[in-house]
Design a protein around this ligand. Structure first.
Ligand SMILES: Cc1cc2nc3c(=O)[nH]c(=O)nc-3n(C[C@H](O)[C@H](O)[C@H](O)COP(=O)(O)O)c2cc1C
Length: 188
């Protein structure tokens, strides 16, 4: 076995849309993952709107508790997100806000990688940079390079939602190898 130590990655998509390019990008990541890297998906679709009263009265909703547990158990988190109005989509920010509440918020010390797909020309760059800022406060370790901004998404995915663009597939492979190495630094 040449793959070495196994690394588990939790994939989170910042879009709830059935035909989401970002969900498709995460499926491509599963397909292209190198040996020794396993990607499992988690959904934020059931996370309610954040309400401090709810948390104080009855703790974390089950969907949030489940996400917190999965993040804790994973060696790294891979977020694929769209950009909404030059920033992080509300559904993703809302999920992060829930997950981040004490005690023992699970992003602290966690290796994270960001990617995003957009029909636009900047391929979610602005949303990704806002996420980086959020994760500074949450004390997560976001991988710096390589970065993946999948611009002009309709031209890179086929009608079945498969990542068809060879240069992007190749970059994604490189990105996942780097993510495995990044996660292993913190596992040791
Ligand atoms: C509320 C809203 C705001 C958007 N703002 C941006 C934006 O700032 N930049 C951008 O590149 N695309 C923007 N878009 C277009 C999205 O990139 C596009 O809908 C994309 O397909 C969403 O990702 P998904 O395919 O994973 O759902 C916006 C879409 C919505 C619904």
């Amino acid at each position: 076995m040449s793959g070495g130590e196994a690394v588990s990655v939790l994939g989170i998509c910042g879009s709830l849309r059935r035909g989401s390019y970002n969900a498709a990008a995460l499926r491509a990541a599963e397909e292209l993952a190198p040996e020794g890297l396993r990607i499992e998906q988690a959904s934020i679709a059931e996370v309610p709107l954040y309400n401090e009263d709810l948390r104080l009265a009855s703790g974390f909703p089950p969907a949030v508790e489940a996400l917190r547990e999965k993040i804790r158990a994973a060696d790294a988190v891979l977020i694929a997100t769209p950009e909404y109005n030059y920033s992080v989509p509300g559904v993703l920010k809302n999920a992060i806000d829930w997950i981040s509440r004490p005690p023992e918020q699970p992003f602290s010390g966690k290796p994270i990688a960001l990617m995003g797909a957009s029909p636009g020309r900047l391929g979610t760059a602005r949303a990704q940079y806002h996420l980086r800022q959020i994760f500074v406060f949450l004390n997560a370790y976001v991988m710096n390079q390589p970065e993946i901004f999948i611009a002009d998404a309709p031209a890179r995915f086929d009608t079945e939602g498969r990542l068809a663009d060879e240069p992007t597939r190749s970059l994604l492979k490189t990105f996942l190898v780097a993510l495995r190495a990044w996660a292993l630094r913190f596992k040791r």
